[in-house]
Write a protein that binds this ligand. Structure first.
Ligand SMILES: NC(=O)c1ccc[n+]([C@@H]2O[C@H](COP(=O)([O-])OP(=O)(O)OC[C@H]3O[C@@H](n4cnc5c(N)ncnc54)[C@H](O)[C@@H]3O)[C@@H](O)[C@H]2O)c1
Length: 335
């Protein structure tokens, strides 16, 4: 990973909550990336997260062919901290001040713990927030286009008919629910899993199977879709997977890059997360920054299928992995 361009952190004057922005690269354009609001055991963990996630955004934008760089922001809550609506607004306004200071070098979108309505609060102090609600002239949640991008990657990696095939989705959140609905419609047998047990009833009502989260990753299936959090594929888990294909939206799925080699050695196709998860950012920036219409923006999301096809072909021809080929593509675009 190359060095980051900027990292700024500040304890908010209204809220007392520390928020931070990392700009990894503006080589291809202004840095974009989600604003994550979650509890961290300590600030070191929050800094680690913002640095890793912003670097992944550089790769995501470059691989997607976007004229944007990589950034990320984190609102670091304390363990167990629950915000009242007033406190949430104060935290967001504090964060908006930080985003405004960067004067467009970083542009925020929603991420884990934030949504389109929060982006509207950021807009009060800074114009540099995207994915505001459609009622406010934005494109709203990007989870639908993100799911379409994952499906495009899946088509490239496994062109077989999905009817009757077993797909395991780990994380039944916004993207996971979109994916489950599409895959059910395509006739797949869909099993979902989530750490939130309250999701089980909704999943079963939608005709989906349910697996306990500690077992979900290693159950036999035709496709595994990580759609929850990062860092879920470590060397031990990789050795226990019983699927031929892993493709999903969760960012930074691997604990380190060598896990991609481990998976390839076991004959498991792992599609780089920063390629498969780019549908949301592609759609949003195509609409909000480049002014494309819905169909043209969607066509760019669907083009993820061709990108993945090319990566798989190159990996086979060169005896490498899709990750190594994707990294080479990113390096070439950044050069
Ligand atoms: N929303 C987007 O447009 C988008 C774009 C790119 C990448 N991503 C990434 O995709 C993933 C899913 O995004 P989302 O918007 O659906 O998030 P979300 O917060 O709506 O859903 C995540 C779900 O995962 C569950 N979860 C958390 N830890 C888990 C675990 N260990 N095992 C199983 N379930 C667990 C949560 O309870 C939640 O239901 C995230 O990693 C996100 O960063 C999302």
């Amino acid at each position: 990973m190359t060095a980051h361009e900027e990292l700024i952190a500040r304890r908010g004057r209204r809220s007392g909550v520390t928020t931070m922005v990392a700009v990894h690269s503006t080589r291809l354009g202004p840095a974009v990336g989600g604003c994550r609001m979650k509890a961290y055991a300590n600030l070191e963990q929050a800094v680690g997260d913002v640095l890793r996630l912003s670097a992944a955004m550089t790769a995501k934008c470059a691989a997607a062919g976007l004229a944007f760089g990589g950034g990320k922001s984190v609102i670091a809550l304390a363990p167990g901290q629950v915000l009242t609506p007033e406190e949430r607004r104060a935290v967001l306004l504090d964060h908006a001040d930080l985003v405004a200071e960067l004067d467009g070098r970083y542009r925020a979108g929603p991420d884990v713990g934030t949504g389109p309505a929060d982006m509207l609060v950021l807009r009060e102090a800074s114009p540099y927030a995207f994915c505001v609600p459609e009622s406010a002239g934005g494109t709203g949640s990007s989870s639908g286009p993100t799911a379409l991008g994952v499906l495009a990657a899946l088509r490239a990696a496994d062109p077989a008919d999905l009817a009757g095939r077993r797909v395991m989705i780990s994380g039944y959140g916004a993207v996971g629910a979109h994916l489950a609905a599409h895959l059910r419609t395509a006739g797949a047998e869909v099993v979902v899993s989530d750490v939130d047990p309250a999701k089980r009833a909704a999943a079963e009502a939608a005709g989906l199977g349910w697996a306990e989260p500690e077992k979900a990753l290693v159950l036999p299936a035709d496709v595994l879709i990580p759609a929850a959090v990062g860092g879920v594929l470590d060397p031990e888990t990789a050795a226990r997977l019983e699927v031929p294909l892993v493709v999903g939206p969760a960012n930074n799925q691997l604990t380190d890059e060598t896990v991609a080699d481990d998976l390839a050695a076991r004959g498991i196709r792992w599609i780089p997360d920063y390629v498969a998860s780019a549908g949301g950012i592609l759609y949003t920036l195509s609409r909000e920054a480049e002014g494309l219409d819905h169909d043209a923006a969607l066509a760019r999301v669907e083009a993820i299928e061709q990108t993945v096809t090319d990566l798989l072909r190159a990996a086979e021809a060169n005896g490498t992995t899709p990750l190594r080929e994707a990294d080479a593509l990113v390096r070439a675009r950044l050069a």
